[in-house]
Design a binder for this molecule. Sequence first.
Ligand SMILES: Nc1ncnc2c1ncn2[C@@H]1O[C@H](COP(=O)(O)OP(=O)(O)OP(=O)(O)O)[C@@H](O)[C@H]1O
Ligand SMILES: [Mg+2]
Length: 475
Amino acid sequence: MIGTIVCVDDQAEVRRLLGDVFRARGSNVVSFDDGEDAIQWLGANDADLVILDLDLGPGRRTGIEICRAVRGRLPNLPIIILTGHGTIDDAVAAVKAGAVDFITKDPYLEDKLEISVEKVERILQHALDRKRLEEENRELRATNERLRKAAGRRWAIVGDSQQMRTVMTKIEKVAPVPRPVLVLGPRGTGKELVARAIHMLSTRASEPFITINCAAVPESLLESELFGHEEGAFTGATKQKEGKFELADGGTLFLDEIGNMSMDFQAKILRVLEYQRFERVAGSESIQVNVRVIAATNADLKIAMAEGKFRPDLYDRLAFEEIHLPPLAQRIEDVPILATYFLARFRQEVAGITVKEISAEAFDRLSQYNYPGNVRELKNVVERAVYMAQGEVLSGLDIDTALPPEANGTAPAAGMMFDDDSRLPLPERVDAFEEWLCRDALERTRYKQKEAAALLGITYDQFRQRYRKYALGKD
Ligand SMILES: Nc1ncnc2c1ncn2[C@@H]1O[C@H](COP(=O)(O)OP(=O)(O)OP(=O)(O)O)[C@@H](O)[C@H]1O
Ligand SMILES: [Mg+2]
């Protein structure tokens, strides 16, 4: 046991005895003959427990008075009173003054102390546990605060990992350079966010940022979308229309999902990139623009080029600078800061959210999943957990409920349910699956049956029935 015990007694032999006993048990003991000295010391030092004599000698403040004074300043510091006579009156007075317990000091103090050691240590342990918990809570709150602050910086691109720092440095460097940028990464990793950040940090920030999702528009329309058309260019083209390149003049055009364009179309894009010049569909006038292009794709362009599906010359042109966004699973250390950021944003966006903080356990659970949908999926998980949760602190269980079922590593092997058992009649297979779900819920809730029932979305009674049916109490 560690911790610091303050002993206040006017009898030197009592001080020595207490000091010997508790030092031998690993605590730090500081002794005072007078209560005033102890109060002064406590004002400047940290203690975990006070053992205080009731009668501190003639002409001095009594232990009760000292006890009251200490309580007034340090309400959480436990105080044990030592009494000479052990009368009920003394005990009542001690408790009224705020002592947590008292020990009778009689001629056999030494023997008594043996019995009381346990009591003292129990109280000390309690004080230490409480202090540790408070410390942990304080740390967690500080972490939450730090994460929230950090999340507000950097044009809302959030990330602590080395990979994201490299990305941010690249963004800052390339932003003012009027050349194309190619942003690569799997779905939901923040490619569009990066494109916007580059625009925001460029000298074009006050000019338009125009986006087009090249995969969402059929190629027959893509040309008119990008370059515009003249009146009567095709059926339905009743008016002249400006294309995205014109709209983005002076600013930035974000060509999203460029991986699937035909080779012919790629040649057209290449020409515009080179000469910043094009004609509207069915137009003859050559239009000159000044557009910064940022392109993104989740396709592997190296493979596409090897397969003859992407033009190497377009690639060379676009990839003046390449920014790679790694999957979230490769930068799991970004999960806490992202989760904190998404919680803060969600609270701004939606009224009546009770959750203010994320517990350490919830951070743990969030960090154990591998996020095939990357940051977008994490955002969804956090938001789902937050709006379903009841308290102010998001728990591990809240996260478990929000994660997709396959997030739990102990999911039954497909084989178990669909192959080996497939010769069994359906009701038995259903039972087997139900039993598995109940056991899983118990494990996830550390065998708290009420919570397991809640996790499964059934009543406690319904859960109890299954508990008996499958003998879940036994392994
Ligand atoms: N580093 C990040 N910091 C903050 N939010 C992020 C970050 N990365 C992604 N997001 C958020 O995740 C979501 C998906 O990001 P975004 O749309 O930019 O991804 P994407 O790579 O373009 O995805 P897709 O390939 O599916 O189009 C958005 O809500 C975005 O704000
Ligand atoms: Mg995108």
